[in-house]
Design a protein around this ligand. Structure first.
Ligand SMILES: NC(=O)c1ccc[n+]([C@@H]2O[C@H](COP(=O)([O-])OP(=O)(O)OC[C@H]3O[C@@H](n4cnc5c(N)ncnc54)[C@H](O)[C@@H]3O)[C@@H](O)[C@H]2O)c1
Length: 271
């Protein structure tokens, strides 16, 4: 399959959730395009973050790819991360705001309070912290920028047993729409992506396992059967790959999408 290649030389990209499957796939694709890249994720996954950095350094220029640990829920940590990225690579004009957490899988009456708070902290406060810091710096630079926020189809339709995650991803779509209006005058585009079933990967495995355990009318108690039930919801009858997510993100980050802002792009195989 042919896929587009972009020239991002002169740009600095900051990617959150870069130790994870989708963040890594986007980083890998960007690395060969000439972009300088700051990869960030939680300190507790620093080994996986370093693995992403090494993979990207092999495809790009070693000095232009840096790994910086940060917790997106903590505004000071986010600000320090952007400051370190700027010192080493220049101010980011591309941001893939992608860190996320699924939380517990349980029906609404049983949903745990702590998990509700944690999911909103990562997926809403965290996305806001990164969006605002990126936007402040881009506006101060006075040059165009592009921000892509990772939402989810759960935020469009509401997924069973995932009330916190669905609410948080709905908020990501609204944050995107609102920010796109605030930032259009500064030449900064803000879009969201909403993947549905993407695999193979940690999130796919986790949701198949936990939907089976949640015991609802929507899914079997057998994980292999849950996987089939999920795929049966997809008109294209397969899950999407992380590379198929990455190609969409690169397009949104690129000048090829220069008139696209405030949009939520579904990556769903037709759901
Ligand atoms: N994989 C899917 O099927 C799918 C579908 C829809 C949406 N998404 C979204 O895509 C994004 C990436 O998911 P993925 O599939 O790569 O999952 P993943 O679990 O492999 O990656 C998520 C990353 O976010 C990081 N993270 C979590 N909390 C953080 C925090 N407080 N600070 C900094 N980093 C933090 C994790 O450490 C992890 O590396 C997420 O926002 C997820 O909700 C994924």
């Amino acid at each position: 399959m042919m896929s587009a290649s972009y020239d991002f030389s002169g740009s600095t990209a900051l990617i959150t959730g870069a130790a994870g499957d989708i963040g890594r796939a986007v980083a890998r694709r960007l690395a060969g395009s000439g972009a300088r890249i700051a990869l960030t994720d939680l300190p507790m996954v620093s080994e996986r973050l370093e693995a992403t950095r090494e993979e990207c350094a092999a495809a790009g220029e070693e000095r232009a790819i840096v790994a910086i640990t940060a917790d997106v829920t903590d505004q000071a940590s986010v600000a320090a991360c952007f400051a370190a990225a700027t010192d080493r690579l220049g101010s980011p004009d591309l941001v893939f705001n992608n860190a996320g957490y699924q939380g517990a899988f349980a029906a609404t009456p049983d949903y745990p309070t702590d998990d509700f708070s944690r999911v909103l902290a990562v997926n809403v406060q965290g996305v806001f912290n990164v969006l605002r810091e990126g936007a402040r710096r881009m506006r101060a630079e006075g040059s165009p920028g592009s921000i892509v926020n990772t939402a989810s189809m759960a935020g469009v339709h509401g997924a069973p047993n995932m009330i916190a995650y669905s609410a948080s991803k709905g908020a990501v779509i609204s944050l995107t729409q609102s920010a796109s209006k605030d930032l259009a005058p500064s030449g900064i585009r803000v879009n969201a992506i909403s993947p549905a079933f993407i695999g193979p990967g940690a999130m796919w495995d986790r949701q198949v396992e936990l939907q089976a355990r949640a015991g609802s009318q929507y899914f079997s108690a057998e994980p292999a059967e849950v996987a089939r039930q999920m795929i049966d919801q997809v008109p294209m009858r397969r899950y999407g790959t992380v590379d198929e997510v990455a190609t969409t993100v690169l397009w949104l980050l690129s000048e090829d999408a220069s008139y696209i802002t405030g949009q939520n792009i579904a990556i769903t195989g037709g759901i």
